[in-house]
Design a protein around this ligand. Structure first.
Ligand code: FA5
Ligand code: MG
Length: 418
């Protein structure tokens, strides 16, 4: 039998993201499973644990890292950078070899032969260095055609940290004749780059590791168990990973290292040396809040989001597993009787709904609250989310409860159902 041609993925004629337009070609491999994630901006969603982690990291870094001799926070925070980046930014500028596995179309989402979705926040290192930043944090969503399991998802979030130092930044003001050198003519070894003195490597490594250990202790408390593991990245040498003990096993949280001098030279900062790290925010949030599955960050389930909504970045909290049974929601809208204030009605409504719905009501939101000019009456609408911890509720069961609630708004409070 004649074999059918393999189905071709749909390639749009234009692709637009973050205010930029691209022309896809045959390299385009974005599926709806990834494009539909673009509109959720989890890092800005109040009540998303990723936003809480982001705030906690920024607060810690600003409070603990000040520019030399003044009060300004040292790290510039960069967010909302375009998520489509050139292959130069994502790979070449970071010295990633042409045949590196991360370039495979099975690993990276390509828009066309020159552009891809950023696979890590490191994609912004080169251009920010070139713009003259000496210390920055980049927060963003990154995209990889990775496996899907409890700790991996095709979109996740990273924060990149970079700091570069002049000789004086690193070793202080030097006594003439007794200077400590940043550079020498030594060769590259397994432990260091060509041209870096042992003093440079020692001090940079110390500052890098202590910055990250301090950050992790600020997040997880001083009892957290951590360990350093040797690693490899094309753009740092030496390179390390930091693992944190969580749920009975070691979980990799970040990669980091001393920046390759070639990258700094190419970006116009060859007279300085520096370190960089890239940290997975979901991994941190999972440890910090005890969130067992990475997919939960994308949940629109109010049983998940409402747990984090009222928290401050510094609050300690452990996630309570939500029911596996589905939610059902229904609205009830009515005009308030004359003489009842909206605030009063709200308090009464919560009581009434709790009383009738009991444990089957997971959440209540006041969706609408306004004065209806024509009717000369105040109107409110409540969305009630129903869910049982024991079983999947049927529509009929929920209808019965919801009907009773609506009836009591009329009978007990004199509301007029809309
Ligand atoms: C990187 O992305 C490097 N850019 C990190 C880096 C930056 C190294 C600067 C040196 C200097 P890696 O692929 O290991 O490295 O990812 C970094 C972190 O992102 C991991 O430690 C992990 O916390 C998180 N991560 C990686 N893949 C996933 C995934 N599929 N889902 C969730 N988190 C992930
Ligand atoms: Mg890794």
């Amino acid at each position: 039998p004649a074999s059918k041609p393999a189905p071709r993925p749909f390639i749009p004629t234009v692709f637009e993201l973050d205010g930029h337009r691209y022309t896809p070609d045959s390299n385009f491999n974005l599926s709806p499973a990834v494009t539909r994630l673009f509109n959720r901006k989890l890092l800005t969603e109040q009540g998303n644990p990723l936003k809480l982690i982001r705030d906690r990291i920024v607060e810690h870094m600003h409070a603990n890292h000040r520019a030399r001799g003044n009060r300004s926070p040292r790290f510039t925070v960069c967010e909302n950078l375009p998520r489509v980046v050139s292959l130069f930014d994502n790979f070449d500028s970071l010295l990633t070899p042409a045949d590196h596995v991360s370039r495979r179309p099975s690993d990276t989402y390509y828009v066309n032969k020159d552009y891809c979705l950023r696979a890590h926040t490191s994609a912004h290192q080169y251009s920010l260095l070139k713009q003259g930043f000496d210390a920055f944090l980049v927060f963003g969503d990154v995209y990889r055609r990775d496996e899907i399991d409890r700790t991996h998802f095709p979109c996740f979030h990273q924060v990149e940290g970079v700091q570069i130092y002049s000789s004086e930044d690193l070793f202080g003001v030097q006594q003439p004749g007794a200077e400590i050198s940043v550079f020498d003519t030594s060769d590259r070894t397994a432990l260091k780059q060509a041209g870096h003195t042992q003093d440079t490597v020692t001090v940079l490594t110390l500052r890098l590791k202590s910055t990250l250990e301090d950050l992790c202790r600020a997040l997880f408390g001083s009892n957290i168990e951590m360990r350093w593991v040797d690693a490899y990245f094309p753009f740092t040498h030496p390179s390390f990973e930091l693992e944190v003990f969580y749920d009975g096993q070691w979980l990799e949280c970040l990669g980091c290292g001393i920046m390759e001098q070639e990258l700094l030279r190419n970006a116009g900062a060859g007279d300085k040396v520096g370190w960089a790290f890239g940290l997975g925010l979901e991994r941190l949030a999972m440890v910090l809040y005890g969130i067992p599955d990475i997919r939960l960050f994308w949940s629109k389930d109010s049983g998940f989001l409402s747990q984090f909504k009222g928290l401050q970045p510094g609050d300690d909290y452990k996630y309570k597993p939500i029911s596996a049974h589905p939610q059902l929601y229904m609205d009830v809208s009515f005009f308030l009787p004359e003489g009842t204030t909206p605030d009063n009605m709200r308090a009464n409504a919560m009581d009434l709904i709790r009383t009738v719905g009991g444990d089957l009501v997971e959440q209540v939101d006041l969706k609408d609250d306004f004065f209806h000019k024509k009717k000369n009456r105040h109107s409110q609408c409540y969305r009630i989310v129903y869910r049982s911890n024991e079983k999947a509720l049927t529509k009929e069961e929920v209808n019965a409860i919801h009907g009773e609630i609506a009836d009591l708004f009329v009978a007990n409070h004199g509301c007029v159902i809309r």
